[in-house]
Each structure stands twice: as structure tokens, then as C-alpha cells.
Design a protein around this ligand. Structure first.
Ligand code: DQA
Length: 147
């Protein structure tokens, strides 16, 4: 069972990027914890971060034929702008969970709308890095691998 975790632009800066908003864990630390959870459940975790919309679209398209069963995605700023990422997720028709570290609804108005949420299995926001872990546990559970 393979889970793909996608991180959008600027999330490579986690740890030092606005820590009061996004926490102090680095992306590598978050990904390592997710890998441990997946491995313990007998699943495979693939992670991918890009600052480029097209690279994220390409990675989503590749997920259709690489064995991915579910996608966890923090599209970061593309959440609020990207019809292309929405269309890619709709196109591959894989279930996905949308995650945001911060509570986007408590922030600027332009962050309140997501181009993805109505297609997502679920959305977690405002729980920091724990949101990724909860999303992964749900994905593993719903796919029947425990965790
Ligand atoms: C974010 C929220 C977005 O509005 C922002 O552009 C990000 C990160 C979050 O994880 O809270 O880069 O997706």
C-alpha cells in the first residue's frame, strides 16, 4: 500500500519560515515521522516537495500508474490559486486528503478559499504538523492497513 505525500511551495523552508505560524519542525523531520508511521503499518510512503506548479501536476499524474493508493497534499499557496492542481487530482481520481499546518480560516481572506477542498476526502487545518500524521493514520486505516 503506497501513500504519496505532496508538499507545495515554500514548505521546504519549514523550521525557519514564520515559525509562529508554521511551527519549528523541518520538512525532513515531518517526513521522517510520517515514514516511521507508514513503515510500522506495513505501507510505503513517498514524499515530494516542489516550489513549481507544473512539477506538482506532473507528480500527481505519475501517481496514477506508480502504485499510489492515496495522496496527502499540502498545496501551500497553490491551494488558493491552482485550477491546474485541482484538475490533476480530479484527473487521476485518487482519493486525497488536504492538509494545512495553519488554520487558513483564521488568516487573511485570500486564504479562506481552496480550489481543492470540495474534491478532498477530508481537510485538516490548524493542527500544525500533527495534521499530516492524523491524515496519514486515517489514510492507512481507511485502506485497511491499521496504524
Ligand atoms: C499553508 C497555508 C497557505 O495559505 C500558505 O500559502 C502556505 C502553507 C499551511 O500549511 O498552513 O504556504 O498551506
Amino acid at each position: 500500500m503506497q501513500v504519496l505525500v505532496l508538499h507545495g511551495p515554500n514548505l521546504n523552508l519549514l523550521g525557519t519560515r514564520e515559525p509562529e505560524v508554521y511551527g519549528t519542525q523541518t520538512l525532513a523531520q515531518i517526513d521522517a515521522e510520517l515514514s516511521t508511521i507508514a513503515t510500522e503499518a506495513g505501507a510505503t510512503l513517498i514524499t515530494f516537495q516542489s516550489n513549481h506548479e507544473g512539477a506538482l501536476v506532473d507528480r500527481i499524474q505519475a501517481a496514477r500508474s506508480d502504485g499510489t493508493r492515496v495522496i496527502i497534499i499540502n498545496p501551500a499557496a497553490y491551494t488558493h490559486t491552482s485550477v491546474a492542481i485541482r484538475d490533476a487530482l480530479a484527473g487521476v481520481a485518487l482519493p486525497f486528503i488536504e492538509v494545512h499546518l495553519s488554520n487558513i480560516h483564521r488568516r487573511e481572506a485570500f486564504r479562506h478559499h481552496s480550489y481543492l477542498s470540495d474534491l478532498a476526502v477530508g481537510v485538516i487545518c490548524g493542527l500544525g504538523a500533527n495534521g499530516y500524521r492524523l491524515a496519514l493514520r486515517h489514510a492507512l486505516e481507511s485502506l485497511g492497513t491499521g496504524a
